[in-house]
Design a protein around this ligand. Sequence first.
Ligand SMILES: [Zn+2]
Length: 279
Amino acid sequence: MVDIKKIRDWINKADAIIIGGGAGLSDAAGIHYNGEKFEHDFKDWIKKYGIKDLYTSSFYPFKTEEEKWAYWAKHIYFSYYERKHIDLYKNLFNLVKDKNYFVITTNTDGGFINNGFDKDKVFEIQGSYSKLQCSTPCHNKLYDNEKQVKEWLSNIDKDLKIPTSLVPKCPVCGENMSVNLRCDDTFVEDDNWYNMQSKYTDFIKNNSDKKVLLLEFGIGFNTPGIIRFPFEEMTFTHNNFRLIRFNDKYAMIPDEIKDRSIPVTDSISEVIDLVEKIK
Ligand SMILES: [Zn+2]
């Protein structure tokens, strides 16, 4: 097991903390895109469409909007609304809540903002399950979907469709809507997205001469250019920056920054739980 006291000490001594959250963090938090719960909750969809997991099924070419939104109602509820209270994220919040912190995450499940983190300090760079957008897109506004998702869920019929009257349409151009997830170039970056992007870059700039700790969780090589490589780069260029990299498979650290980094391959939940307890 990694040196828990050392991690706590680095957190305590930091003037500012930047958290980077990736897919491995959601997985550690118990949101699994395949396995027992998926097979149970999606058994009708597995039977009808042969879907294997919630990554590939996001790209399933549903023939009708009625079928598409019945599926997405399940997917969004499973990944977001049903998971609002997550111990791992709460423990993480307790660790940093009295510090000067900022979060950047590629996760779209709202884990940070739904478990105490200030939404003005969390940059969800790849979107959120909780928002809809025009699929074209003809304009860059996002729409909260909580009420709709719950309405769709309670109206799915035996053919796995929602009623036509509940299919969402763009209020501006009348086209189909989509979930605000970055999977191609139709992804909408709204005013808030740009606002959070500049808050993130300002946070780095304003703290660049302070003791900064980068806490990186579960980021592999799907999109390493968003968090993983920039975190390495920042640690390399600032002698006052340190990096703790949590990754059960890819915790390796470049030689140039080894003396200011800790690789952690142990379970994120266990380590954070222990670090949070020792104060
Ligand atoms: Zn539109």
